[in-house]
Ligand binder design. Structure first.
Ligand code: MTE
Ligand code: MO
Length: 197
């Protein structure tokens, strides 16, 4: 009966656990299709669409400031993991090197292997978003997106594209892979934005 009236304070960890989520201490792997295997020195990040075309090599990405962030991640399949630690290039440190053309409002994230996911520039250009190549102080494992993945902690984890290969700037919102297959266009875990109506 007590449980009916009293919520244990650790239940939502002070508001850190979004509705419908359960904590895990494991780190599940969620990949659709085969896992692409690329050597770090071969990784390139291509820029196109409503931006001056450019290619960042691995060496160029490594020469940018490197930042470590610790935050929580939330998968649409109902697991959340607290205090995950990632190191890499902040999107806000990369963007000044990209010359956007007029009209760009969104970005389609492209990955080796063909995965895509869409973000508004407001959701993409945030200090907490990382092009991460380390997890917990060690090079990112291939299954988790190594050599490099995007981490967008304020949205469900399918927006955090593994094996990132390109940024295509566009002037409208357009669904990526999971969004075409029924997932929400934005995916805010605290608003329970899992699927399209
Ligand atoms: N390229 C690519 N990125 C991806 C995926 C994928 O299948 N391919 N899965 C997404 C989903 S649904 C989730 S929950 C997270 C899982 O990341 P993890 O395997 O490191 O836990 O990666 C996201 N990024
Ligand atoms: Mo997911």
């Amino acid at each position: 009966m007590l449980g009916k009236f009293f919520k244990k304070p650790e239940d939502d960890q002070g508001g850190r656990i979004p509705p419908g989520q359960t904590l895990t201490t494991r780190f599940p792997v969620l990949t659709y299709g085969p896992t692409p295997r690329i050597e770090a020195h071969n990784v390139e990040l291509r820029i196109w669409g409503l931006a001056e075309e450019a290619t960042f090599t691995w060496g160029e990405l490594m020469s940018l400031p490197q930042t470590t962030h610790t935050y929580d991640i939330h998968c649409v399949t109902h697991w959340s993991k607290l205090d995950t630690s990632w190191t890499g290039v902040r999107v806000t440190d990369l963007m000044p090197l990209i010359k956007l053309k007029g009209g760009a409002t969104h970005v389609m994230i492209h990955s080796y292997g063909g995965y895509t996911t869409n973000l508004s520039l407001q959701d993409f250009v945030r200090d907490l978003n990382l092009l991460a190549w380390q997890y917990d102080g060690a090079p990112l494992e291939t299954e988790h997106g190594g050599p490099m993945r995007l981490v967008v902690p304020h949205l469900y984890f399918w927006k955090s594209a593994k094996w990132i290969s390109g940024l295509e700037f566009i002037d409208h919102d357009q669904p990526g892979f999971w969004e075409r297959n029924g997932y929400h266009m934005r995916g805010d875990p605290f608003k329970d934005e899992r699927y399209n109506e």
